[in-house]
Design a protein around this ligand. Sequence first.
Ligand code: MV4
Length: 460
Amino acid sequence: MFEKVLVANRGEIAVRVMIACRELSIKTVAVYSEADTNSLFKKYADESYCIGPSKARRSYLNIEKIIEVAKECGVDAIHPGYGFLAENALFAEVCKREGLKFIGPSSSAIATMSSKINARKVMKRAGVQIVPGIERGIENSEEALDIAEKLGYPVMLKCSSGGGGRGTQIVHEKAKLEKALELSQSIAKAVSRDTSVYIEKYLEKPRHVEIQLLADEKGNIIHLGDRECSIQRRNQKVVEEAPSPIMTGELREQLGSMAITAAKLIHYVNAGTVEFLYSNNNFYFLEMNARLQVEHAITEMVTGIDIVKEQIKIAAGEELSCKQEDVKISGCAMECRIYAEDPFNNFMPSPGKIKMYRHPIGPGIRIDSGVKRGSVLPFYYDSMLSKLAVWDRSRGDAIRRMRTALWGYVITGVKTNIPLLNTIMRNEHFFVGDYSTNFIEEHNIIEEIKKNNQSIKCVT
Ligand code: MV4
């Protein structure tokens, strides 16, 4: 096992990874930017080093500097968390070259999956149903018009390299396609060297269901069931749950084995997630995330498996600690992401100093947090400050537990999205599991927040 691990990340996930290290008796090294000088994760680590100015490009994305610190303090391995360098094939490559174990998949697996066109090719070969469309970049607008005609409108234009929906556009009619293609292609050029744009049939009101995988270097590979992450606002997830309300044991086995087949094809190692869209009773492969995900905690709660510890053990060459038949899904887990943003002002980020901070307590509650009272939320990074996850035996009970837990928060000094989360947890459609990625727009949730807010008081 490793003796010392460097965590190349910040906030709640840096703390989460260091907890796993501590439980495995591994020493931890934090690297932080100037903006994070007073952060929790910096203090949590055995050693911490400032690696540069606040801008991520000059700190959390500075490969050279991070490698330099890693070598200087003699770490065996680097955990990248999520975001930043987690799916950077070059970083994984450099780690390997420098004799530092990258706690994640191989550089080539990352590269394969970060090209969505490539990922579609791989999945098709593995016999996994993909969203109808093409597996190559569009050459010109005639070709695009031709393909769109065959697929039928509406269609979706996507950048092969664009993460988080960047450059993605819905095109409802022929007359709009050419202009849309130009825009997507210019976005693709601006964000990546892979400038290709492809077309898919647009699925209306799909649900987003994903499968968690774990694979070791000995060829063992298992799935830890599914999560549903359809509740999102402008491509930013806000609520996730495990299992998906639409999932049956049989469907889970089908989807799980599809995901496993796909991962095997590219010799995938470590934790990974295969995302599907569910539409008119079908699952379609969307993309694969070659990293630990924000929402991993809810899978941990329904399976009892510590995904981060598994990641570390896998990277250290150990075998998975359990077999597929030992994985049992129990009860329901739900996660709310707490963001510092103003739900009454178009969700503008609300950085600043947290004056009061109290979090809920009680049975079945898990909080993954990077903040405490007095913490300063820098405006440079993602505004997620904490994740609240609850578990209960049934979905209804989990929702009631979540409402109570949200009520138990006291955060002042920064605005938070808790009013949005309260509103979702009280929505009748959400309560019965009847929702899609269109949920927030479809039910005017943003308008509902204002009406709702009067009636919900918090503890003080
Ligand atoms: C889609 C889709 C419908 N049809 N593709 C949005 C971000 C990108 N990662 C994939 N996304 C979508 N792709 C087709 N062919 C709908 C979405 C989508 C979505 C997907 C997952 C989770 C939330 C979403 C919210 C809006 C749209």
